[in-house]
Design a protein around this ligand. Structure first.
Ligand SMILES: C[S@@+](CC[C@H](N)C(=O)[O-])C[C@H]1O[C@@H](n2cnc3c(N)ncnc32)[C@H](O)[C@@H]1O
Length: 264
């Protein structure tokens, strides 16, 4: 590797380590704050749930991988509906929490620590569904995640994911509904930000909508549906910062984008 490439690679490794450190430090506090349910599959704050949107279809008997499963709530909810679930997350602490939560719910889920940018522990064409909620804003290379998901999906497989809506990200933290302003350029794809909970500086890679769609197309996915949900007030996730997601702002700008893509 040449000097400049090596430097870029080292920076990437440093940022990935920091994201892991952040989630290992914050996992328990995050789970205490969020109090996520294991009875339904969530997509984001004030978003309709899978039970409303039915993007995954019948999951009974399906092999599902949850990319960035966090505390495992969605994997557990999917298992309760009869799916065979594997949940993978970068943070050992999130995985520890997920394993305990599965025990408490009396279900068996294959929870593994790992990086969703490298799914080499999974064979090609092995999964029916790849699912992810609120994770892709944290990954450093979304192209790699899509490539890996595509590789491990069966020919008839689908990828369904939610992530922060690129336009909402432009409003910055805690948007004021009475004084809405763009705080960041839509085109600023790299953001270094100090996290309020752990104090660690995180490098966010924030794609535009075009980046997300074009990356899926380049990988070979066929895009079946895009949901930019209007808020459902009673679906506000307990423990989520109301400052970050004020309902008056959600009524004007979606905070989440949900995509369903298929391999074939
Ligand atoms: C906001 S949490 C969402 C967790 C879960 N999907 C949920 O809805 O509660 C983001 C998660 O992404 C995980 N994560 C970030 N980058 C990752 C990567 N490269 N590979 C696997 N997990 C990652 C973090 O460890 C964290 O648990």
């Amino acid at each position: 590797m040449r000097g400049k490439d090596k430097e870029i690679e080292e920076i990437k490794i440093k940022y990935k380590k920091r994201i892991k450190e952040h989630w290992n430090t914050d996992a328990l506090a995050y789970q205490k704050r969020q109090k996520l349910s294991t009875d339904y599959i969530h997509y984001g704050p004030s978003c309709p749930t899978e039970e409303d949107l039915n993007l995954l279809g019948e999951v009974q008997g399906k092999e599902i991988i949850e990319l960035g499963c966090g505390g495992g709530q969605c994997s557990i909810a999917l298992t309760k509906k009869g799916a065979k679930c594997t949940g993978i997350d970068l943070s050992e602490e999130q995985i520890k929490f997920a394993k305990n939560l599965a025990k408490k719910n009396d279900v068996t889920v294959n929870f593994l620590q790992g990086d969703i940018e490298n799914l080499s522990m999974f064979d090609d064409e092995n999964m029916d569904i790849a699912f992810s909620a609120c994770v892709f804003d944290w990954v450093q290379n979304l192209d790699e995640v899509f490539k890996e998901a595509f590789r491990i999906l069966k020919k008839t497989g689908i990828l369904v994911f939610s992530m922060g809506h690129p336009f909402y990200n432009c409003l910055g933290d805690s948007p004021n509904p009475n004084d809405l302003k763009l705080k960041l350029s839509y085109f600023q794809r790299d953001i270094l930000e100090k996290d309020g909970n752990t104090g660690l500086t995180i490098n966010y890679k924030l794609p535009t909508i075009g980046d997300i769609i074009n990356s899926l197309i380049k990988t070979g996915f066929y895009i079946e549906k895009i949901v930019e949900p209007e808020p459902v007030e009673e679906k506000f996730m307990e423990g989520t910062s109301a400052d970050y997601y004020p309902i008056e702002v959600l009524n004007m700008v979606p905070a989440t984008i949900i995509v369903k893509a298929r391999k074939n």
